[in-house]
Design a protein around this ligand. Structure first.
Ligand code: NAD
Ligand code: DAU
Length: 341
């Protein structure tokens, strides 16, 4: 099988490419990535010399490029996106361009050749749950509340529209919070781990009682693999870790694993519009495709912390780089957070 993977230099996309090349040695993968601040070819050093792997630097919004790449491809697995909620609060424009327009460009390119299209999406499209609400599932009405989740919701609707209108063979997966190796250190778990390894404090938003459902990246890769190969065309599959945790709970676990005490926690102003709780029912994907998370949170977190300990070069380069500095200044000024001080 020949795959076009978009956003393959990012966190989940790079884990997915390595997973696929390892599991299916006869597959080939073209990785289309524009290398934003979040894209990093170092994530793919193990794949670099694999004859089945090719990197193309480019924008998913470039229709000509998309047409040329789709020519002899069997399926597109679409990860490319602006992915960080806090950045979407500062400036939604790149989110609309890449997540909405970029997805539409890829859909058109896929339609021209009738190429199978798998869209990687998020639980955030469903909105925010109250403490006693049932977890999200495939029938939950959409209710996105951040510019990021609104842009992902728009992209999901477009993907479904191309199925219903043009019969394009699509599937969608909506997944909960991922963690694992190669996650950009602006996200909660890698930011907390690397700050503590540097002897810094960790910025906990609001009361720290927001709940997320955590899944180890490799489990997410296995879920996408299952949907890509065995999912029913036109269908959506919800993916999650059955692992609801408050942020303060996770912060305390990380502190413990790194031998730090709670004085390292710095409570900061809450994220604007901060969704309170996400949780996901995985009934459909487990019953229909036999997928279940395999890595429990304690094991996954230990492995993740070990990875950050052993790969300090990777994240030090990022943390001292200009992309994070720009964000740091903007974010601190607008929200009066003391988070990176
Ligand atoms: P990431 O930010 O780490 O990586 C995104 C990648 O997309 C980067 O390599 C970037 O260079 C590339 N990209 C951005 N704009 C592009 C463009 N215009 N053209 C080509 N490439 C472009 O993101 P991630 O955390 O790996 O998320 C990947 C996908 O999974 C996203 O669609 C995201 O919405 C979805 N998702 C993420 C999570 C999570 O917890 N991280 C959970 C559920 C779903
Ligand atoms: O739910 C899936 C989504 O998970 C993905 O679609 C997004 O791409 C991904 O970024 C992630 O979104 P979140 O906003 O949930 O992840 P983030 O790591 O930014 O934050 C996780 C929680 O931790 C959230 O409640 C906010 C909190 N937080 C985050 C940061 C960065 C803090 O308390 N302090 C922080 O510094």
């Amino acid at each position: 099988m020949k795959l076009l993977v978009t956003g393959g230099a990012g966190f989940i996309g790079s884990n997915f490419i390595k997973y696929i090349l390892n599991k299916y040695p006869d597959y080939s993968v073209v990785n289309l990535d524009i290398l934003t601040y979040a894209g990093n070819l170092e994530n793919l050093k193990e794949a670099k010399n694999n004859p089945g792997y090719k990197f193309v630097k480019g924008d998913i919004c470039d229709r000509e490029l998309a047409d040329s790449l789709v020519k002899d491809i069997d399926a597109i697995v679409h990860f490319a996106a602006e992915s960080h909620v806090d950045r979407s609060i500062l400036d939604a424009s790149p989110f609309i361009k890449t997540n909405v327009l970029g997805t539409q460009v890829l859909l058109e390119a896929a339609r021209a050749k009738d190429v199978r299209f798998h869209h990687v999406s998020t639980d955030e499209v469903f909105g925010s749950l109250g403490p006693d609400d049932e977890p999200f599932n495939e029938n939950t009405p959409y209710g996105p509340r951040s510019p990021y989740s609104a842009s992902k919701a728009a992209s999901d609707h477009l993907v479904r529209a191309y199925f219903h209108t043009h019969n394009l063979p699509i599937t969608i997966s909506n997944c909960t919070n991922n963690y694992g190796p190669y996650q950009f250190p602006e996200k909660f778990i890698p930011l907390f781990v690397t700050n503590l390894l540097e002897g810094k404090k960790v910025p906990l938003y609001g009361d720290g009682l927001n709940v997320r459902d955590w899944l180890y990246t490799e489990d997410h890769c296995r879920a996408i693999d299952a949907v890509l190969h065995r999912g029913k065309i036109g269908e959506t599959y919800c993916v999650g870790g059955n692992c609801e945790k408050t942020n303060i709970e996770i912060a305390k676990t990380i502190l413990k694993l790194l031998d730090k005490d709670e004085s390292s926690i710095e409570p900061v102003k809450d994220r604007l519009g901060h969704d309170r709780r996400y949780a996901m029912s995985i009934k459909k994907i487990s019953e229909e495709l036999g997928w279940q998370p395999e890595v429990n949170f304690e094991e996954g977190l230990q492995k993740t912390i070990e990875w950050y300990k052993n790969n300090e070069n990777w994240w030090q380069k990022i943390k001292s780089g200009e992309y994070l500095d720009y964000y740091k200044v903007q974010y601190c000024e607008r929200n009066a957070h003391a988070r990176y001080a």
